[in-house]
Write a protein that binds this ligand. Structure first.
Ligand code: NAP
Length: 440
């Protein structure tokens, strides 16, 4: 008997898992809450990084394999329940990522003008839930809190020259927003030192190559950096040193890397008036940890983007590791017939390719259980019956062919502008383009 899996979440972790299960002779139904596949490759990876996005070609090959089906616009918990999936599949694999942002837990965090980087990234990438958001980019200075690659992405996007943005698939509403932005200075704030930043090397290098922004770094902070513990950190510190020694070229914009500062309050007018600044504590390092020195500073700004990592959102009925914000799991095994993979399994770390190895780990558990005869025991696994059930439940679910129609429409719209695509950004437009009528 062919075993059948439901993989929930069509991002990199979901696709690598799907590919490996298909390779092991399984049939896979890949679900996504959005009508579109590819998760953070579509709605997270910065639009000026098209090479990273080209990984989707590998996922398209997976989708062309026999035994693959896609159901886009079907959300676990809203449209289908976990119990209903367990009745229909030998394995249900949760590849849902980490949907929530970590919180700073400081006063003023939710003032207008203080946003999570997640919202901002989703907005410029045309995620349908965020396309109606408005970001006030009318201030001069922005503070980005956090020293990870997401923080660097949003800092860079804020200062890109329109000519750098034009050939990308940045959502049209965001291209307009950036065009009228008056943000000309971004301070990237790290709570620890230069040697502890989580940036990867290519991202730090790019900061030094921006068309219209100088990158600035305090020489004293770099000189006092502790010994880097990894080759990546060592190379980062070398680049920070180079930036600290550079003479600013008088570009119209600047990005400043400022270390050893923890935000303690987002300042603004009144209790919930717009952001006017950030009060920070000056830190020193003690055993690798940031410890306040007692000294404080105020950085005036009109925009704050909080980029301090993500947490998972608990799923009904699944064991939860509260401390780590993940599904409690044993190398991807959650319970009989239930598995997890990607960020909801190991936390929000690593690059796209990390998920391939992670998927292999989870798929190994599934295949062990197949051998041991301890998979789920569905009562209604017939694939046609599953399709009929889903069609009744979510009549406008988008199939893989539907996604291909969306993809073709977006690419066709981008072509005359020399852009990879013009994204459709509302659920209505996506569903409409992905609707396959018999006439089509
Ligand atoms: P991240 O790499 O974990 O960075 C989170 C940052 O937030 C760290 O600098 C952390 O500092 C800081 N932070 C945490 N809590 C804080 C607090 N209370 N106050 C101040 N700072 C705080 O997370 P990320 O940037 O969200 O990225 C997630 C993953 O996606 C990473 O693996 C990243 O490499 C990957 N990614 C890759 C790319 C790329 O390859 N181009 C692009 C985007 C994202 P501490 O170190 O002191 O905790």
């Amino acid at each position: 008997m062919t075993h059948r899996a439901a993989v929930i979440g069509a991002g990199p972790a979901g696709f690598y898992t799907t590919d490996q299960l298909l390779g092991a002779g399984w049939e896979v139904d890949l679900y996504d809450a959005l009508p579109t596949p590819f998760g953070l490759v579509r709605s997270g990876v910065a639009p000026d990084h098209p090479k990273l996005k080209s990984v989707t070609r590998i996922y398209e090959k997976t989708a062309a394999k026999p035994g693959f089906r896609f159901f886009g616009g079907v959300e676990l918990g809203r449209d289908v329940t976990r119990e209903e999936l367990l009745e229909r599949y030998h394995a249900v694999v949760y590849a849902v990522g980490t949907a929530d942002d970590n919180r700073l837990g400081i006063p003023g965090e939710d003032r207008p003008g203080s946003y999570s980087a997640t919202e901002f990234v989703a907005w410029y990438n045309g995620h349908p839930e965020y396309c109606g958001h408005r970001f006030d980019l009318s201030g001069g200075r922005a503070v980005v809190i956090g020293n990870g690659n997401v923080a660097i992405d949003v800092a860079r996007m804020l200062v890109l020259d329109p000519s750098e943005l034009a050939p990308t698939d940045t959502a049209d509403h965001a291209i307009e927003g950036f065009a009228s932005s008056t943000v000309d200075e971004v301070i990237l704030l790290g709570r620890r030192g230069p040697a502890q930043a989580s940036f990867t090397n290519p991202e730090v290098r790019e900061l030094g190559e921006l068309l219209r922004a100088d990158v600035v770094c305090d020489p004293a902070q770099v000189a006092e950096a502790t010994e880097p513990e990894t080759p990546t950190a060592r190379r980062n510190v070398e680049m920070f040193r180079d930036y600290a020694e550079r003479e600013p070229q008088g570009k119209s914009h600047r990005i400043e890397l400022r270390f050893l500062r923890s935000p303690i309050e987002i300042l603004g007018e009144g209790e919930d008036g717009p952001v006017t600044g950030v009060r920070v504590s000056v830190n020193r390092l003690e055993g690798g940890r940031a410890v306040p020195t007692g000294e404080e500073e105020v950085i005036e700004c009109g925009l704050v983007l909080r980029s301090i990592g993500y947490r998972g959102r608990p799923l009904d009925g699944l064991p939860w590791d509260e401390k780590r914000g993940l599904i409690a799991n044993e190398r991807g095994r959650v319970g009989p017939g239930e598995y997890c993979v990607g960020w909801i399994k190991r936390g929000p770390s690593g690059v796209i390719g990390t998920n391939k190895k992670d998927a292999a780990d989870t798929v190994a558990r599934i295949l062990e259980d197949e051998q041991a005869g301890t998979l789920g025991t569905p009562t209604d696994a017939d694939p046609d019956a599953v399709a009929a059930w889903l069609t009744e439940r979510v009549p406008d679910a988008v199939t893989w062919e539907g996604w291909q129609a969306i993809d073709a429409a977006e690419r066709a719209a981008g072509e005359p502008q020399g852009r990879p695509r013009v994204k459709l950004v509302t659920l209505e437009a996506l569903r409409e383009a992905g609707r396959l009528t018999p006439a089509r």
